[in-house]
Design a protein around this ligand. Structure first.
Ligand code: FAD
Length: 288
């Protein structure tokens, strides 16, 4: 099933993100997570690609399992940084044969940021990847990433939003945002993108905080602003994982409830492979 059809049919699309196991690591854990997530009936499950050095073959394998073993809709992330067209075409061929219909077209993180010029890549930006896929076939439904606080390399939020428009013009039909902890960033972003004519559905990326150390790492990568309420939670429960997870889930639920009140198209939960946390959040927030 194409994700664009899910957005058309549902009032709020609920999705979860998982990452594949590292090369050589056992797959039992992630398979158990996916099985567990099925109990909260997400509309689709996305699988990260190459982020943090994970195996890329693992992404394809997990996406196929989500579809064929667990009967859910997968969204396969695909990055194009340092990648040749031929390599992308081989992947597209492989996943198409296995019935994968949805791709999150991404550039991926470059080693040196803004001034990085790859010599090995046929693609400079995610819009190039999206355009390439669409030039080959209309079989795939494409999503792209959006950044409510602006992409860290962008000169301005306005410039970043103009670049988001290029991704939509290249054939993407939905957006999943980077994590944010203050909903106002999301609402302002939505106003700005609608103003310039981007009308595709936008799912809000929600990261439940469950470990102080992990949050610091994620914030460094995403540069998301952390509100004082969340800083207090982190400081209070820094050494108490159980309480931190509880308070982090409550914070995420509050964010989700407010987003639902504001008529959000979708909620995308960065589960960090913690199905129990995703289950807790989905039941408390009446997402399911
Ligand atoms: P782009 O859209 O190409 O944008 C990158 C930068 O270039 C931005 O600053 C943008 O403003 C600018 N830009 C874009 N197009 C143009 C243009 N035509 N001309 C000039 N400037 C332009 N990373 C992974 O490695 N694996 C994953 O699985 C993964 N999953 C993600 C899931 C979500 C929901 C999100 C939000 C991010 C994910 N990322 C993942 C991280 C992502 O790869 C990085 O944020 C990366 O730095 C940018 O990717 P992008 O697709 O947004 O790039």
């Amino acid at each position: 099933m194409k994700i664009s059809d899910i957005y058309r049919d549902k009032k709020i699309v609920f999705s979860c993100e998982v990452f594949p196991p590292k090369p050589g690591a056992k797959k039992d854990g992630i398979l158990e997570t996916i099985k567990d997530l099925k109990s909260i009936s997400p509309d689709f499950i996305s699988v990260t690609y190459g982020a943090g050095g994970e195996t890329k073959d693992g992404t394809i394998e997990m996406a196929i399992k989500i579809k064929n073993t667990y009967g859910m809709v997968p969204l396969m992330h695909l990055t194009c940084v340092d990648t040749k067209k031929e390599h992308i075409d081989i992947i597209l061929d492989k996943i198409s044969q296995k019935g994968i219909e949805n791709i999150l077209a991404l550039r991926g993180d470059t080693p040196t940021g803004r001034n990085f010029k790859s010599t090995a890549s046929d693609f400079s930006y995610a819009c190039d990847l999206a355009a390439h896929i669409k030039s080959l076939t209309d079989k795939f439904c494409l999503g792209v990433a959006g950044y409510p606080e602006g992409h860290p390399e962008a000169y301005s939020l306005e410039r970043d939003i103009k670049n988001l428009a290029k991704k939509i013009q290249s054939g993407a039909s939905f957006i999943i945002t980077q994590m944010f902890f203050k909903n106002d960033f999301f609402y302002t972003y939505l106003d700005k993108i609608r103003e310039i004519g981007i009308n595709v559905p936008v799912s809000a990326g929600i990261m439940p905080v469950f470990k102080a150390k992990l949050l610091s790492k994620m914030i460094k990568l995403s540069r998301a602003t952390v509100p004082s309420e969340l800083i207090s939670i982190i400081e209070k429960y820094r050494d108490n994982d159980e309480e931190m997870e509880k308070a982090g889930a409550e914070f995420a639920v509050k964010q989700i409830e407010d987003l639902i009140k504001h008529g959000v198209d979708g909620i995308h939960l960065f589960t960090m492979n913690r199905a129990s946390l995703a289950k807790k959040i989905s039941s408390f927030s009446n997402l399911r």
